[in-house]
Design a protein around this ligand. Structure first.
Ligand code: SF4
Length: 323
């Protein structure tokens, strides 16, 4: 399959609007993130959302913060603690979680009492003082609770090359999942989806891949909905796991098995040397992957041509140059 057919449709992702350069912060400024706006922006369609502006707090606006129990804090004004916008924010987030049904991911602004995904400051008292970094922004908390399968990340964590690649991969998997439903789910299509993602899932967890395979082993039309539900609830968390070099090497060696009888001994040596150089951290993942794609172009293999692992996202993003 060519890059054009693989990624013909851009995934839609929600983004905290200040990260895209919108002047929506409490002080009227923004926190534009160039990786998101310029690199991801080439391949994804953004849906900018500023929850604080959307619930009518205005720009500029008084600062707000989280107060109380870190598991269920209130969102109140810093200067005026009687200004409690918790319910308004939760209602807005619940509404957005329902409305943004077609999105394939979400990027949130770190540390924000509304948008922060984790480690947001929660103050013990309205007056400030002691705080713990154990909170989740009021908007983010409801969004993630209502859409547990949605790939979500913070812009700060996206500075980590492995987390960055992981998030983008999950966005494209989730987009394919939407497309699978739009095309009409059948047992055959679900099995094909699973087959296409075999090596991608294996890189994250061999055990998860086996559990997913067992789920599909006796698939019939009558239990399709139940199994589909279990399948995606197993798949998306499994894809969150960090993939180490060792795991990638394991997958690359499996894939090499498909070329054994098709390429000569010099080519095999070159391929092995590239995998070893990757294992030692001397080259990024893109090097052995590019070589594999080259060999599969010369020696086409229907099964391998469908493997998402060899091209989980558009090459233009360059994400495998950094891992
Ligand atoms: S962090 Fe969220 S609420 Fe704050 S300015 Fe950015 S988009 Fe708006």
């Amino acid at each position: 399959m060519t890059e054009e057919t693989f990624f013909s449709e851009q995934p839609i992702i929600g983004v905290s609007a200040c990260l895209l350069g919108h002047n929506v912060r409490y002080d009227g400024g923004h926190k534009r993130d160039s990786f998101i706006a310029e690199i991801l922006g080439r391949e994804m369609e953004f849906l900018p959302v500023c929850p604080e502006a959307a619930i009518g707090l205005g720009v500029p606006r008084p600062m707000i913060h989280l107060v109380g129990d870190p598991r269920q804090p209130r969102l109140v004004g810093v200067q005026d603690p009687t200004m409690d916008v918790t319910r308004r924010m939760e209602a807005y987030a619940a509404d957005q979680a329902r409305q943004l049904n077609g999105i394939s991911g979400y990027i949130l602004k770190k540390n924000s009492p509304s948008c922060g995904m984790e480690r947001v400051k929660v103050y013990a008292a309205e007056s400030g003082g002691h705080c713990v970094r154990k909170g989740t922004g009021a908007f983010a908390r409801v969004l993630m609770a209502q859409r547990p399968l949605l790939p979500v990340e913070e812009e700060g964590r996206l500075n980590d090359a492995v987390l960055r690649e992981n998030f983008v991969n999950r966005v494209y998997v989730y987009q394919r999942w939407h497309n699978l439903h739009a095309a009409g789910l059948t047992p055959a299509r679900l099995i094909a989806f699973h087959t296409d993602h075999k090596y991608l899932v294996m890189a994250h967890s061999q055990a998860a891949y086996q559990r997913l395979g067992r789920l599909l082993s006796n698939l019939s039309k009558s239990d399709l909905d139940k199994i589909t539900h279990s399948y995606i609830h197993e798949l998306m968390p499994a894809l969150k796991r960090r993939v180490t070099r060792k795991r990638h090497v394991n997958v690359l060696q499996h894939i090499m098995g498909y070329l054994k009888k098709r390429i000569g001994s010099d080519d095999k040596r070159e391929l092995s040397a590239n995998i070893e150089a990757y294992r030692r951290g001397e080259t990024p993942l893109v090097v052995p992957i590019t070589l594999f794609r080259h060999y599969f172009r010369i020696h086409p293999d229907e099964y391998m041509s469908r493997q998402i692992y060899l091209q989980p996202h558009p090459d233009s993003l360059g994400l495998r140059n950094g891992i």
